[in-house]
Ligand binder design. Sequence first.
Ligand code: CO8
Length: 257
Amino acid sequence: MTYEILQINQKDGIALVTISRPKAMNALNTRFFEEMDHAVSQFKTDENLRAVIITGEGKAFVAGADIAEMKNKTPEEGSIFATRGQATFSSFAELHIPVIAAINGFALGGGLELAMGADFRIASTKAKFGQPEVNLGLIPGFAGTQRLSRLVGLADALFLLTTAEMIGAEDALRIGLVQKVVEPEALIDTCMQIAKTIAGKGPQAVSKVKSVTHKGFDMSLEEGNKLEAEQFGSLFGKGSEGAEGMAAFLEKRKPNW
Ligand code: CO8
């Protein structure tokens, strides 16, 4: 597929995905979802890939769903578009590698929903966050009502969802919406550094710790613990990644994954 909106630069096992529609503040249209779904399908089968970073070009990360494209949808088309976007953002959690959102500017509406689909978020001091859908007489449709409360708790989520207030990076850090705030010039380097740190760990361990954590989040503690114990066990045994990691530690050498 030829990408018109996404720019993908892949090097040393790290894919940097830049959403590039700066004249429309990188607003998400149908074409974006086609391209992102294609990119994720490529990442899924790439055994050498260790992390994905998603960022935006210009002064926005993503300023939401494309309002111009969306405005004439029928109720049925609105629901279909929402379900489609939810599936794309949920596919990040199903990837075998971490997805990092590098939030350079406005992350509003569908843009914040995209960022919340990532495994964690690093923000520039210039980033701004909000769910402004009620300004348009809408509600979030790409899982914003569900993910925001899971990430920041019910009261902070409802505050943002009902007031449409835009908050800055420090407030986002305070409520746990982002994990780090850095100067704009340091954003991509910081995310690259984090991705490289992850790339140095046991790849199967990283993949399993991600999937067990995501799956366990919607399970009872008992079910989640059972899943964890099974997956913990799967990393032991002759020739396993755990065997190599533990041997390397005891032999005071770097593991050969
Ligand atoms: N969609 C389409 N175009 C957009 C969007 C958008 N979300 N955001 C900005 N643009 C366009 C503007 O129309 C403008 O275009 P033009 O130059 O042709 O007039 C251009 O980008 C630049 O924008 P501004 O001139 O407004 O730039 P400012 O720096 O003054 O303001 C803001 C930047 C604050 C980001 C402002 O553009 C803004 O408020 N944008 C809209 C934010 C918003 O409401 N987002 C939520 C959209 S709804 C949503 O995301 C729901 C998701 C779930 C959908 C479910 C499926 C049905």
